[in-house]
Design a protein around this ligand. Structure first.
Ligand SMILES: Cc1ncc(C[n+]2csc(CCOP(=O)(O)OP(=O)(O)O)c2C)c(N)n1
Ligand SMILES: [Mg+2]
Length: 1018
């Protein structure tokens, strides 16, 4: 049956142009196959067929303008009822009878009145007559309290703790209804979450594990001390790993599975300052040589070991660069989410891999540490486990001297919906807590603050007896049979392998939410007087002989005094129990950690015809480079190799960039699918969330979006899957906002595209000072493996993207691209001949104005300002008979890279004929002074100044942006065609090639006020 395919609801648009027809008569198509592409002045979107069948005729052609309801084609459809219709019908059937607005009001008022009466009565009923609790939380009726506690006990014994929890929750809910607003469940008592009887026991041999841990501790400390003996400039940390050794060891021996040909491996984000501990273990495992650890922090000549986890410097070892505090948290959260994304999209097998992140308690104050924890619980990331090493100290002093960091973090994470496991007390405390029937011990634990806990571990057993237990006679009595040494031995949970094992075991078994383990430890554990739990611990890197001997004895390291004085490392022989054990554990767990490998298959570069349209002139059709990019992405989504690998990432700006067509076409990733009918469900580009959705619509978090981009751009190593992440953002909120993450992305060798959209100080126009970007390219230039371009025309953009795909995803080079695209609409010319190489190198000759010129000038324009330069060249030619060569500069950054490389080569080869830089090759033989301008600060343009032998003048948009139209802004920043003409005339006058009167006249003509201050002060 012949059926019409017509234009569906396309939102607010009327008369939208058809720019592509994707079917022809006779084609057999499936439902949802695209029929045509429509383009408004803001976005382009494909119209899918609502039917499966054979196209019998087309009713439109390219260039036609259509609106909702216009017929596009006729189809011999297999079924004629489009889904949309039946949905609408269904809705009609179930719709309740609509009441008229006027009829609703009195009824509503009645309900409100009734409600108000109830509230008033309730208020009267509950006016407080009695004081229920003392302001300090003290108990006004201990007998009543006991009755409640006995009841709770009885319920727990009879029906279990879940029933007790249920009743408590009911009571709390009831109390809320009655007006109590205190968050009763924010924190739990200051004791371990897992009671001793519920602990799962470690199957490991504790004696061997302790010996291994001691050796790792020694070698880790020795490598820092040795390096600093050689050269005190080198630095390093002992105290951080000393506090975390058990936390790492239990994971390494029992939980963290390596990557191999059957399993993808757990991903561990090691806290940066713990790096010596990871090296020390790898040394015992035979993965790192003694020469390497002897050269810790000496990387230049001897290929020693990196200070911190840097994949760029140790690409076969480190996976995650997280020494900048806070980044580990946010990057790992988005890593865990991206892993689920790949699984839900069917690209990765679900092997229950875990992501573990080690963080410092001081580090948790970074906004990036806590800023994304809501996402982790919202997305039910049960593949994510945080271990926060709560040694109570940061660099200068206690993290929370006057309160307790563990309790604070517990409240925050519980509030965010995480599973919180506190590992506060070690096993030696268990009998004391069991004996404490009155609850006084827990009360004392609750009332001490971290400043005191820090002192307890710095000042010895007698001090603890006096100042901790001594506060209450009953507690003093509790420890009366213990010696001071026994009291000193009362350990902290994070140093107890049993407690840590039980916590890890519970964490890996947790379903439906992420887990955070809050482990209490001692900073500088084992360092004694030189650095245990004292304020200078963090900086301590030079242990004296006495300190080293103490450390050796504390951990029973079989080294002689002489060997200790020489700061020798210790590794038992290969046949020893320890080495056999450590290797066997890792073998059982599937492989080494950390280890960075990649077995990802390259993605074949797309066929050239995907880009064909972009190389042609757009004729009279005007469009922005943003729209050109979106068109290109839409085309790439038709390439079978590329399409599934594209990961569009957007922080809440898809509509600004005209990308809403992606919602319908590839869907927005949502781990629970779409539980609601979207408000715009009738429209073509409706907000479609889908479990298999491809777009990462991150919301307003550039740091989160950047973390997703890093996760996707490193999937080639972390998941052996090459992905193509394209993160599109307001250019001002890119590098400026997340530079630290961009730096880490470079270190991690992320591959992908960063797109600074709505770019250019004068091109974004009305948004003003906070939005108008004039320096993102300068920031991008600081990252060595970032390649950046500011293209003007769609063929430039197409050339760059093609090359990017080829280099990063076909050739698998470890680079990433930063491209700026604009929202200014204009016509795009056809690609000139032979400019491909120039586009990629950074500049090419766009046009020569050869009239009968008196004199000549070289005009270099970049991005938005190239068009001003072309217009200026026309004026100079027509009105002043001045010839010019106009160059399109696609990247001053790339030109500078070439320039400095060539200059260096020449300086290092003084006896040889010097090579020419690329800019010199382009401009050296051309006549005339150079005038160069961009929509960025002059620093961007000035980068090429040293590499050309001619006079050079640069113009740019230095200063704060402000709101206005493009024309006015360009005049204000002096990068409009009129200023360029005037400055060109002035430059030629300065060079004594023409009279100065031309420039003066131009200033008058164009209303250029020479007394206006430079924009940087305005
Ligand atoms: C963004 C950032 N700011 C500052 C530092 C310097 N820094 C290194 S370690 C440290 C203290 C860390 O304390 P904590 O997080 O408690 O870790 P711990 O060493 O106690 O385990 C600081 C301030 C850094 N590495 N990164
Ligand atoms: Mg700390």
């Amino acid at each position: 049956m012949t059926t019409e395919i017509s234009v569906p609801d396309i939102g607010d648009f009327e008369s939208v142009e058809i720019i592509e027809i994707l079917v022809k008569p006779g084609d057999t198509i499936n439902k949802n196959d695209p029929i045509v592409t429509l383009e408004s002045d803001k976005s382009s979107v494909e119209v899918p067929s609502p039917f499966t069948g054979k196209i019998s005729s087309l009713k439109v052609k390219i260039g036609d303008k259509v609106s909702k309801g216009n017929v596009l084609a006729l189809i011999e459809a297999e079924e004629t009822k489009p889904e949309q219709e039946s949905k609408e019908q269904k809705k009609e059937e179930t719709k309740p009878l609509k009441q008229k607005k006027e009829e609703m009001l009195p009824e509503t008022e009645k309900i409100i009145k009734q409600a108000e009466q109830t509230i008033v009565q309730k208020h009267r009923k509950e006016s407080p007559k009695k004081v229920y609790a003392l302001p300090n939380g003290g108990d006004i009726d201990p007998i009543e309290t006991k009755e409640w506690l006995d009841s709770l006990d009885a319920v727990t014994v009879k029906d279990g703790s879940d029933r007790a929890h249920y009743l408590l929750k009911k009571l709390i809910d009831e109390a809320y209804k009655e007006g109590s607003h205190r968050p009763l469940t924010r924190v739990t008592p200051y004791i371990n979450t897992i009671p001793p009887e519920a602990e799962v026991k470690s199957p490991g041999d504790q004696n061997i594990e302790r010996r291994i841990r001691s050796l790792i501790r020694w070698n880790a400390a020795a490598m820092v001390v040795k390096a600093n003996k050689k050269n005190p400039e080198l630095g390093g940390h002992i105290g951080t790993f000393a506090s975390a050794a058990t936390l790492y060891d239990v994971g390494m021996n029992h939980f963290w599975r390596g990557k191999n040909n059957k399993f993808g491996g757990d991903l561990i984000y090691f806290q940066g300052h713990s790096a010596p501990g990871m090296y020390a273990r790898a040394f015992l495992e035979g993965r790192i040589t003694e020469k390497q650890i002897a050269n810790f922090r000496q990387e230049v000549d001897v290929k020693g070991l990196s200070s911190y986890p840097h994949p760029w410097l140790m690409p076969k070892f480190w996976q995650f660069p997280i020494v900048s505090m806070g980044l580990g948290s946010i990057m790992s959260i988005y890593q865990a989410r991206f892993t689920k994304y790949l699984i839900n999209r069917g690209l990765l097998k679900d092997q229950d891999r875990k992501i573990w992140t080690f963080l410092g308690d001081g580090e948790m104050d970074e906004p990036e540490s806590l800023g994304a924890i809501g996402l982790a619980s919202r997305e039910k990331l049960d593949n994510l486990i945080f271990v926060i090493n709560c040694n109570l100290q940061r660099l200068d002093g206690p993290v929370r001297g006057n309160s307790k960091i563990i309790q604070e973090l517990e409240g925050i994470f519980r509030g965010a919906g995480w599973n919180v496991i506190k590992v506060i007390w070690g096993s030696y405390w268990d009998p004391l807590i069991a004996k404490d029937k009155s609850g006084l011990l827990i009360r004392r634990m609750n009332e001490c603050v971290d400043g005191e806990y820090q002192a307890f571990k710095a000042k010895g057993g007698a001090y603890v007896r006096e100042n901790f237990f001594g506060k209450y006679p009953e507690l003093k009595e509790l420890v009366s049979t213990m010696t001071d040494a026994d009291i000193w031995r009362l350990n902290r949970g994070g140093h107890d392998p049993h407690k840590v094992y039980a916590a890890y075991d519970a964490a890996v078994k947790t379903k439906g939410r992420p887990t955070v383990i809050l482990a209490k430890t001692i900073k500088g554990y084992g360092m004694g007087k030189s650095g245990e739990s004292i304020n200078i611990t963090h900086q301590q890197k030079k242990l004296g002989e006495e300190d080293l001997l103490y450390y050796r004895d504390r951990f029973d390291i079989p080294l002689t005094d002489k060997q200790v004085k020489n700061v020798e490392f210790y590794k038992p022989n290969e046949k020893s129990e320890e080495i056999k054990y450590i290797k066997e554990r890792r073998m059982r767990l599937g492989g080494n950690l950390p280890e960075r490998t990649s077995y990802a298959k390259p993605i074949k570069k797309p066929s050239k015809n995907i880009f064909e349209n972009m190389l042609k002139s757009s004729g009279s059709h005007e469009m922005s480079t943003t729209m050109a990019l979106v068109r290109m992405l839409t085309n790439l989504l038709r390439d079978k190799n590329i399409a599934p690998k594209l990961v569009p990432i957007i922080p809440d700006e898809a509509r600004t960039f005209g990308m809403e067509g992606f919602f319908q076409k590839i869907g927005i990733y949502a781990h629970e699918g779409q539980k609601y009918e979207p408000v715009d469900s009738e429209q073509l580009s409706f907000y479609r969330e889908d479990r298999k959705g491809q777009v990462l619509e991150e919301g307003i978090t550039e740091a989160g979006a950047m973390s997703s981009w890093i996760a996707a751009g490193t999937a080639y190593t972390n998941h052996d899957l090459e992905m193509i992440p394209i993160y599109i953002f307001y250019s001002m909120f890119g590098f400026q906002r997340v530079m630290d993450l961009a730096w880490a992305a470079g270190d991690a060798q992320t591959r992908g595209f960063l797109i600074g959209a709505t770019s250019g100080r004068t091109t974004l126009a009305g948004e003003g000072l906070q939005h108008q970007d004039g320096h993102s390219h300068v920031l991008a230039s600081a990252i060595p493996n970032c390649i950046s371009y500011d293209p003007t025309f769609s063929y430039e953009l197409a050339t760059i993207v093609q090359e990017g795909l080829r280099k990063m995803h076909d050739k698998q080079e470890n680079i990433f691209y930063y491209l700026t695209v604009m929202n200014e609409n204009y016509q795009h010319p056809q690609m000139p001949k032979d400019c491909e190489k120039g586009i990629l190198k950074g500049m090419y000759l766009f046009k020569e104005f050869n009239n009968r010129g008196k004199t000549k000038i070289q005009l270099l324009g970049c991005g938005a300002i190239l068009r001003e330069m072309i217009a200026a060249a026309e004026i100079l030619s027509k009105e002043y008979n001045i010839d010019s060569d106009v160059w399109s500069v696609t990247s001053f950054n790339e030109l500078r890279k070439d320039g400095m490389n060539i200059e260096r080569k020449n300086l290092l080869n003084p006896g040889q004929k010097p090579e020419k830089s690329y800019v010199e090759k382009c401009l050296g033989k051309r006549e005339g002074t150079i005038i160069a301008a961009s929509d960025y600060i002059r620093t961007f343009v000035d980068q090429i100044r040293p590499y050309i032998s001619k006079s050079f003048y640069s113009f740019g948009t230095d200063g704060y942006g402000r709101s206005d139209g493009r024309k006015k802004l360009r005049k204000f920043f002096e990068v409009d065609k009129e200023h360029i003409v005037t400055y060109a005339l002035s430059v030629l006058a300065k060079e004594q090639l023409i009279s100065s009167k031309y420039a003066e006249r131009a200033m008058k003509k164009y209303n250029i006020d020479k007394d206006k201050p430079i924009p940087t002060v305005l």
